[in-house]
Design a protein around this ligand. Structure first.
Ligand code: CP3
Length: 354
């Protein structure tokens, strides 16, 4: 409805934001900065509004999602909001029996290990996630010129939770499937690609200005296995949301050896963790793509001067890049002092304001 649409003036201001300019590799007034997991447990105002509400329930309440998404924007002055949700929300929405256990992560009741188990994964319809459409409409109006990033889990990372039944250090059951039944694995990933693509399209239709595909755990694979067993599905997701005027960001942890392939899969912006300096990450990704990253989230526990030295190193390494979005190399750790994040945003903005 017209009520859900941003005004033309607001859309222009959002389009001209530093964050979206950097995604498009255009000159920026300052380096844009946001933080993965900026909404969440590091903020006392988050812990307060989440009190007594289970994680997945909170994701289905549009007013609460709106409030939690806005909290880090208000507090830190970051250049983008990231929609408050979780990577398993679309799976829950199509009826997969799963929960998010506090301090553990997503836990799946009936893990997917056989062809018959694939029946748990039906297509996602926009009506399955109407709360996302509603919350995003509210957010776009509240955010003014600040872009809203939508996101989804990439097929590999979602499959890892579905196959293992929960978080896993070594992904042994996932690898047993990849190497033991490559056809079932390919069919599983292809189905997840369709679900993920449908979920991202819902978010873009609802007003997301950019989307990030989190392949958090894909760094567990070699480049050859990534190319053969993961890239076709991730590329399918990116193709489905190509040409919509919405930059596509791709990120995973420990993916130094995969950065080139992750860009090739179809991303406009490639995120790197702290193990690879930004200039080296840019070399690995190749021309024509922006880079996002990459200060170690644990550095925020050091004194202010040390944080600024590390931030300076990231900015220096990224100085020659066409497009750089400052971020952490992974999500904000729950016990991070929020003031350290606010100071880091100020530092990046003042260091790079032209
Ligand atoms: O601010 C933001 O970045 C938006 C919120 C967000 C959450 N999850 C909220 C959340 C985002 C982008 C995610 C994505 C997500 N979820 C990923 C990819 C990003 C990454 O960190 O690599 C992954 C792998 C998951 C799976 C997941 N969900 C984990 C590992 C956990 C943490 C378990 C724990 O309790 O330590 C969750 C739960 C979760 N998702 C929380 C939040 C704020 C914590 C639950 C709570 O606050 O009660």
């Amino acid at each position: 409805s017209a009520n859900n649409q941003a005004t033309g003036q607001q859309q222009t201001a959002t389009y001209d934001s530093a964050f979206l300019k950097a995604c498009r590799r255009e000159p920026v007034p300052h380096t844009p900065v946001w933080f993965m997991r900026q909404a969440g447990r590091s903020l006392p105002e988050y812990r307060k509004v989440r009190e007594g509400i289970a994680m997945l329930d909170s994701c289905m309440r549009p007013e609460l999602v709106t409030e939690i998404t806005l909290q880090p924007v208000r507090r830190h002055g970051v250049d983008a909001a990231i929609y408050f949700s979780d990577i398993v929300v679309p799976l829950k929405a199509i009826g997969v029996d799963l929960d998010i256990k506090p301090g553990v992560g997503p836990v799946v009741e009936n893990p997917i290990r056989t062809r018959a188990d694939l029946a748990q994964l039906r297509d996602l319809e926009p009506g399955d996630v109407s709360y996302v459409t509603e919350a995003m409409g509210m957010l776009v109006r509240e955010l003014g010129s600040t872009p809203l990033i939508g996101f989804a889990g990439a097929p590999f990372t979602l499959a890892s939770y579905l196959v293992e039944g929960g978080p896993s250090r070594n992904h042994e059951r996932t690898k047993a499937l990849i190497y033991g039944d490559p056809q079932l694995w390919a069919d599983l990933l292809d189905r997840l690609a369709d679900i993920t693509a449908a979920f991202l399209k819902v978010q873009i239709a609802a007003g997301a200005s950019a989307v990030q595909l989190f392949d958090s755990w894909v760094g567990a694979l070699s480049p050859a296995d990534y190319r053969r067993s993961v890239m076709p599905a991730s590329a399918k997701v990116f193709r489905a949301v190509e040409g919509l005027g919405v930059p596509r960001i791709h990120f995973g942890v420990g993916t130094g050896e995969l950065l080139g392939l992750m860009g090739e899969a179809g991303a406009d912006v490639v995120g790197a963790d702290w193990r690879v300096p930004m200039d080296e990450a840019a070399r690995r990704v190749g021309p024509g793509k922006a880079l996002q990253g990459n200060i170690d989230p644990a550095v925020l526990f050091a004194p202010r001067e040390a944080v600024e030295t590390k931030a300076r190193e990231v900015l220096d390494a990224a100085a020659g890049l066409e497009g750089h979005i400052f971020n952490l190399g992974h999500g904000v750790l729950p016990t991070t002092d929020p003031d350290a994040l606010t100071r880091l945003v100020e530092y990046v903005h003042t260091q790079t304001a032209g």
